[in-house]
Design a protein around this ligand. Structure first.
Ligand SMILES: Cc1cc2nc3c(=O)[nH]c(=O)nc-3n(C[C@H](O)[C@H](O)[C@H](O)COP(=O)(O)O)c2cc1C
Ligand SMILES: Nc1ncnc2c1ncn2[C@@H]1O[C@H](COP(=O)(O)OP(=O)(O)OP(=O)(O)O)[C@@H](O)[C@H]1O
Length: 269
């Protein structure tokens, strides 16, 4: 898979190199079941048409830029983890579009012409609620006409759980409320954060979100093995404490299984 950081200054260069492709569109933070439905649909279309599969995502999150920084997005995974997962899903090209105020102001027709037609998209796939272009005015019902009729469009129906749309936002909410045991139904696996244990404290890597304060049953794992233990997120929301001796030093993954004590009942030694 090729990862391309796209912006207005290098767009023309990548347009020249573009080949016909099927493209999935969206932010895809967390790669939950709804995201996978979009990407897997695009994968099938690309196979049918015998063309490469591309994914176009945006960074920083549009909500942060559009709100002039007022909305802080609690990212679920760094771009490197998203990249690794997209590669495993069979994506050939991963475009990360620099989302700034200038890009946010691009008219829907212009976005379709420059970033879809211009990058060789013959078939676009996104979810029922994907919006694009200034003020989010573009949507999946007008994308074909915005492309001058040149792009076929597949709108993926809402993937929901017990009547609720599965979204990165609802996953962030459950995480911050400590409901980590509910996440496999939304993510397809327990939520994992990558960090460093330096023998004294945990240092969380950027672009992960810790569950809200409380004590959690977790699995700590690294390349040499794994241990089941309990980790507390203190009331500052960032400090982690482990009840057991940690048998390894360095990079490790914390797999968040279940909250066993809520914040208000947490007694810290
Ligand atoms: C080129 C482009 C420009 C966009 N400009 C805006 C915008 O000006 N205002 C807006 O609300 N959404 C805009 N969006 C839509 C955002 O990607 C996003 O859908 C929107 O912030 C709402 O997020 P949500 O649908 O996840 O709630 C734009 C998207 C693209 C691809
Ligand atoms: N539950 C879902 N069902 C179908 N499509 C979805 C679902 N959730 C997201 N999508 C689609 O997947 C792509 C990426 O979604 P995106 O990350 O932009 O939104 P999201 O998951 O709702 O995140 P957020 O809550 O931060 O807005 C978009 O095309 C979107 O329409």
């Amino acid at each position: 898979m090729e990862t391309i950081r796209l912006n207005r200054s290098n767009l023309a260069e990548w347009q020249k190199k573009a080949r016909p492709n099927v493209m999935a569109l969206g932010c895809f933070d967390g790669l939950h079941h709804g995201h996978c439905a979009v990407i897997n649909t695009a994968f099938q279309k690309a196979n049918e048409k015998q063309v490469p599969l591309a994914v176009m995502s945006f960074f920083p999150h549009p909500k942060t830029v559009i709100s002039n920084g007022k909305i802080h997005v609690h990212y679920l995974m760094p771009l490197a983890e998203k990249e690794a997962k997209l590669r495993k899903m069979g994506v050939d090209t991963f475009y990360i579009v620099e989302f700034d105020k200038g890009f946010a102001g691009v008219a829907p027709e212009q976005f379709a012409a420059q970033y879809l037609n211009g990058l060789g998209v013959v078939h676009a796939v996104a979810g029922f609620d994907f919006s694009y272009g200034a003020r989010g005015a573009g949507n999946m019902d007008r994308l074909k006409s915005d492309s001058g009729g040149r792009i076929d469009v597949t709108k993926v129906a809402k993937v929901e759980l017990r009547g609720e749309k599965i979204s990165s936002s609802c996953i962030r909410e459950r995480l911050l409320n400590g409901k980590v045991a509910e996440l496999p139904d939304l993510l397809g696996q327990f939520y994992e954060t990558q960090c460093e244990w330096n023998g004294d404290r945990f240092i969380l890597y950027p672009y992960y979100t810790l569950p809200g304060p409380g004590r959690y049953r977790v699995t700590l794992k690294n390349l040499s093995g794994s241990v089941q233990t309990e980790v507390s997120v203190l009331n500052d929301g960032t400090t982690l404490q482990c009840t057991d001796e940690i048998p390894f030093i360095g990079k490790l993954s914390i797999v968040w299984k279940k909250q066993i004590v809520e914040a208000r009942k947490l007694r810290i030694s």
